[in-house]
Design a protein around this ligand. Structure first.
Ligand code: HEC
Length: 329
């Protein structure tokens, strides 16, 4: 018992073991980021860019542990961030860096935030299940869509989008859509998440009736390099009621900064012909930080009403929750 007491006393006096994340954080990171991760006032006045707030849950959970490990190993400059964020790759072993990063990420201290590991690259067709702070501009043949997504709390996301069609008709304004999405389930162990949402399109622009679309979106990363994303949408139109279902499924494979994907979209209307299209596409990380990305590909109609012409599709996106547009390059 005495030995136990002595051990407890030693631990109490010496603090946590020197290789624990907490001890490493105190000796490596605290001077700038502060003991609680919120940043020290002294560091903020000394440094050109204030040290990132590692305590803020939204910021820390939206990123992957691996990305923080890379930033801490290689330093901020390697990701287009400030030179003031030093590189610890020489000073520490990979195990120590992983430990200090895990500790830094535990500073958020709240459960229930969907982990950034489940924030999969955006596909053309299937809605992302992960709630985002993002601006996206899409072009599909002659139609454009401007999307603004905004996270609300831990799991909600609000979305507003406007469409234009530059196809020579008098009315170029195509319509607007509002949506709300909620991440109902996520699991880092199972590497999967599921969200439910509702889209509403009022009779504006070329849209002549209200349209409401409840949807279920999911994403999974069953093996390290394979990403599966899908969506089931049901469409309800004013006066006609239920007008059909859409099923969307895609797989992607991460290859460094490129993610080639293939999606299929199956539309089953209550009246009219069913349609099946394939969407080969490549997602590309544009900024070093990864907060600006793009994608290009095509829609290849396989089954459905004639004429079935292939159409080019492209988008660019900026994850404004991650960094301002001109940083991180
Ligand atoms: C000399 C001051 C300093 C020290 C020491 C320091 N940092 Fe930083 N760190 C910064 C600054 C400044 C930034 C902001 C860089 C920017 O946004 O350009 C930053 C950014 C970061 C980021 C990026 C956050 C994001 O949102 O992308 C992480 C992660 C990070 N630091 C973790 C750590 C960890 C862990 C340690 C200790 C191992 C540490 N830092 C030590 C100054 C420091």
């Amino acid at each position: 018992m005495l030995a136990g007491l002595a051990l407890a006393l030693t631990v109490a006096v010496q603090g946590p073991p020197p290789d624990s994340g907490a001890a490493l954080f105190a000796s490596w990171c605290k001077s700038c980021h502060g003991a609680d991760g919120r940043g020290t006032p002294a560091a903020s006045t000394r440094l050109e860019v204030p040290p990132a707030d590692l305590h803020e849950c939204k910021g820390s959970t939206a990123e992957t542990e691996d990305r923080w490990v890379r930033i801490v190993t290689q330093g901020g400059a390697a990701f287009g961030l400030s030179l003031d964020m030093p590189a610890f790759g020489e000073a520490g072993t990979p195990a120590q860096i992983r430990a200090v990063v895990r500790y830094a990420r535990s500073l958020c201290g709240e459960q229930g935030w969907p982990p950034g590991e489940l924030n999969f690259p955006r596909a053309f067709l299937a809605e992302k299940a992960y709630p985002e702070d993002e601006v996206v501009i899409t072009d599909q043949a002659r139609g454009q869509e401007y999307i603004y997504e905004h996270r609300l709390g831990k799991r909600f996301q609000f979305e507003a989008s406007a469409r234009t069609a530059l196809d020579g008709q008098a009315q170029a304004f195509d319509g607007v859509t509002g949506a709300l999405k909620y991440n109902v389930w996520n699991s880092l162990e199972r590497r999967a998440l599921v969200s439910l949402g509702l889209e509403a399109t009022p009779p504006l622009g070329r849209q002549d009736v209200w349209e409401v679309e409840p949807f279920l979106a999911f994403g999974a990363h069953p093996r390290r390099a394979l990403v599966v994303q899908g969506e089931v949408v049901s469409t309800w139109e004013e006066s006609d009621g239920f007008s059909g279902m859409s099923y969307r499924l895609g797989v992607g494979h991460e290859l460094g900064r490129f993610v080639p994907m293939l999606e299929a979209g199956w539309t089953v209307p209550t009246t009219g012909e069913r349609a099946l299209s394939f969407y080969p596409q490549v997602w590309i990380r544009l900024s070093r930080l990864g907060h600006v990305a793009g994608s290009c590909g095509a829609e290849l109609p396989a089954v459905g009403p004639e004429p079935r012409h292939p159409r080019l599709i492209a988008f660019v996106l900026w994850d404004f929750g991650d960094a301002s547009l001109f940083r991180g390059w």
